[in-house]
Design a binder for this molecule. Structure first.
Ligand code: ADP
Ligand code: MG
Length: 358
């Protein structure tokens, strides 16, 4: 349809009044039909102009996000011009899980909102039901994966027995042990569906531990890491081990997406709702298609990837009442933002719910 109107536009100078009227009528019909679809659908659609002002919002968008759409989109960090996919939970007008995507083009940015509450519940039930099978599949995968590193270690230990000064064999053993550690870490994390044990704290602590664990890799690969942590931060309720796991997965992915000598910028910030931790890498970035399937299990673009890291990370953050958002452009890099709700917000939300109770 678009190409039809584009060809009309091309020849518009040659059309007479009757012809123009006819094309205009067609366009109006088309516009009406699209308008009716947008009015009927349960998917929210909002369009923003380049300044971020709302130029259109269908009824579903208001049902899902409330009448104060500008405020809601602002609170969710939606800005024009960037491709974003985020799953988030909202408490107003109703408690829901929403998937929000933005589709930017030159002049307008479309925001597409889908209610995934029921789907998520179903997925969780399916996950529980399929847990036994998943454990078997995972275990089979792990058994297969650890074979090669174990063989390599066995061989190189034999070499070391012959020549204890053989640094190359020692290096290979060390690397293979690291690889085994990674496989086991991913496996255990994928199995561990325990609820977080929350205590007040700062995400700066698990971030520091995670960076310390990876320091050697930064040095070896000349990755320039900048870390910006404000002097004071409002407390969040977190399970430090689990959040460290999330940060580790994100930084590891960033490392795997970047060339040696690239830079990674990490920043902690806070607003009146959340404390956010941003990881901005200068790696390969992701395509639209990769973004669409991000966070799904077993989706990996790596020969030795498990495709479980992000699924586990998202689950942990969701269990903390937070969200993970991602923006990415092929060739330019990827930014992940982990948002954890401030303790005051949790308390406020609980109070509101108490107040609402009859
Ligand atoms: P794995 O790392 O084992 O592949 P993950 O769940 O951690 O599994 O990541 C899934 C996929 O998402 C990766 O294979 C990669 O294609 C993509 N990805 C994740 N993080 C980044 C990033 N920072 N830059 C580019 N691609 C990424
Ligand atoms: Mg990973």
């Amino acid at each position: 349809m678009r190409s039809f109107f584009q060809s009309v536009l091309k020849h518009i100078d040659r059309l007479d009044a009757a012809n123009l009227r006819e094309q205009y009528r067609l366009l109006t019909d088309e516009n009406d039909a699209l308008g009716r679809i947008l009015e009927m659908t349960d998917r929210g659609v909002v369009s923003l102009d380049a300044r971020g002002d709302i130029t259109y919002a269908n009824p579903a968008a208001k049902t899902l996000l409330g009448d104060n759409l500008e405020g809601a989109l602002g609170a969710l960090g939606i800005t024009p011009g960037s491709a974003l996919k985020v799953e988030t939970s909202v408490d107003y007008p109703e408690s829901r899980t929403l998937e929000i995507r933005t589709l930017p083009s030159e002049r307008i940015t479309l925001v597409y909102i889908r209610d995934t509450t029921a789907e998520k519940k179903r997925t969780e039930e399916e996950l529980r039901a399929g847990a036994a099978k998943a454990v078997c599949d995972l275990a089979a995968g792990v058994a297969h994966e650890i074979g090669n590193p174990l063989n390599a270690i066995a061989m190189n230990i034999q070499m070391l027995e012959r020549d204890p000064t053989d640094r190359e064999s020692l290096e290979i053993c060390k690397n293979q042990v690291k690889r085994l550690d990674g496989i086991i870490r991913d496996f255990l994390a994928a199995l561990r569906i325990r609820k977080p044990v929350l205590a007040p704290g700062s995400p700066a602590d698990p971030l520091r531990s995670c960076l310390a664990a990876l320091k050697q890799q930064f040095v070896e690969r000349s990755i320039h890491v900048t870390v910006d942590i404000p002097a004071t931060l409002p407390p969040v309720a977190l399970d430090k081990d689990q959040i460290e796991q999330v940060f580790f997965n994100l930084v590891k992915n960033a490392l795997e997406a970047m060339k040696d000598g690239s830079s990674l910028a990490i920043e902690i910030g806070a607003d009146d709702r959340d404390v956010s931790v941003t990881f901005k890498d200068s790696g390969a970035g992701m395509t639209e298609d990769q973004l669409t399937h991000l966070f799904e299990p077993y989706r990996t673009s790596k020969e030795k990837g498990t495709g479980l890291g992000l699924m586990v990370s998202k689950r942990i953050v969701t269990d903390h009442g937070g969200t993970i958002a991602v923006t990415s452009k092929p060739g330019e890099g990827t930014t992940f933002v982990v948002m954890l709700p401030r303790i005051e917000r949790r308390v406020r939300q609980l109070r509101c719910r108490d107040d609402e109770a009859p």
